[in-house]
Write a protein that binds this ligand. Structure first.
Ligand code: UT7
Length: 315
């Protein structure tokens, strides 16, 4: 069996921190409502930083932490729907910023909040054919640019950031046992594109997405475990998309796992969509919560509607 392992991770968080009280000055909300309904206390917003700055910063850190040179990269896949340019892709901007080889396969994909896990599975397939065995996988979003700051039901939820993973392909490495899915729906969660007259803001029917998420997260986690022939006890940590602490709590309960094995950072990041899983992964790797040989079962869900799960192992 061939597959990939994580050799290093990185992240970039914009300098500006926005508190719930800051948002209460511009919309009719409160720290109490946001904290109890979502678990979010602060989030980062870009000011002078660009999407490209975040991607290059996170990717550079992942390379450094892995001890791998840019010339060893065979592919770079970015997951995002809020990059600086519709074209070139964020991955192409990272190719330029870090001087990745010209034959490295660089492109973006859009699977919204599930994007990083779609991208890492895509990388697992790509590296089997790539010119070199190392790949960069990015999740990055500037959601503060696609927010309607007059809509209290969405603008308090989202934040900006980028996370990266440097992965290594190996003929004897384990499969990610990825489970990916989508159910096309442009009603409950969508961002209008350039071909529509509507402004490019996040529109969300929060309750419908909540109901979808509390079913999708535990189902997806169980499907990954089944494919891998494992039980929850075989997993070191569960890393779930940071959208709402209440969704995570539901999933933990349904799976019957100890909440201590499902750490989070939503109180400091808000929902960063495709950046959410890699940002948290980097915090956990940097803090020593996941070490060499350990397994993290990651699950994402969101716009599309999409869902994705994968078993990531640290080299
Ligand atoms: O990553 C992408 C996937 N997205 C998600 O996972 C989001 C999933 N959904 C959620 O997390 C939750 O549905 C929300 C956090 C978005 C909303 O929480 P809720 O408990 O479902 O609240 P609600 O939409 O049922 O609204 C309850 C009340 C309403 O007022 P009334 O009608 O009861 O008077 C809202 O108008 O809360 C009001 N409300 C707010 N009040 C203060 C909505 N947003 C706010 C706000 N501050 N920011």
């Amino acid at each position: 069996m061939s597959g990939i392992k994580i050799r290093g991770t990185g992240r970039f968080a914009p300098a500006k921190i926005v508190t719930n009280d800051d948002l209460a000055k511009i919309v009719d909300t409160s720290d109490e409502w946001i904290t109890t309904r979502t678990g979010i206390q602060t989030r980062h917003h870009c000011t002078t930083e660009t999407h490209t700055d975040m991607c290059v910063g996170a990717a550079r850190q992942a390379l450094e932490n892995a001890g791998i040179s840019p010339e060893d990269i065979g592919a770079c896949v970015g997951a995002t729907f809020s990059s600086d340019y519709l074209s070139p892709s964020a991955a192409c901007m990272v190719q330029r910023g870090l001087g990745l080889p010209h034959d490295a396969v660089c492109f973006d994909l859009n699977a919204a909040c599930s994007g990083f896990l779609f991208a890492i599975h895509t990388m697992e397939c790509l590296l089997a054919q790539a010119p070199r065995k190392y790949g960069l996988v990015l999740g990055a979003e500037i959601l503060s640019r696609v927010m309607d700051f007059g809509d209290r039901s969405t603008c308090v939820l989202f934040g900006d950031g980028a996370g990266a993973a440097l992965v290594e392909w190996g003929a004897n490495y384990p499969s990610l046992h990825a489970v990916l899915g989508c159910r096309g729906n442009s009603e409950v969660l969508y961002v209008p594109g350039v071909n529509t007259a509507a402004p490019p803001h996040v529109h969300m029917d929060g309750q419908s997405v909540f109901r979808f998420a509390v079913e999708a997260v535990p189902r997806c986690a169980r499907e990954v475990l089944d494919r891998a022939g494992l039980t929850p006890e075989d997993i070191d940590l569960f890393v779930f998309h940071q959208a709402n602490q209440r969704i995570i709590d539901f999933a933990v309960k349904k799976l019957g796992i100890d909440p201590a094995r499902c750490p989070g950072n939503i109180e400091r990041t808000g929902n960063t969509s495709a950046a959410s899983v890699p940002l948290l992964l980097d915090e956990l790797v940097g803090g020593g919560a996941i070490t060499s040989g350990q397994k993290a079962l990651c699950v994402g869900f969101g716009g599309g509607l999409t869902w994705a799960g994968a078993l990531l192992e640290l080299a």
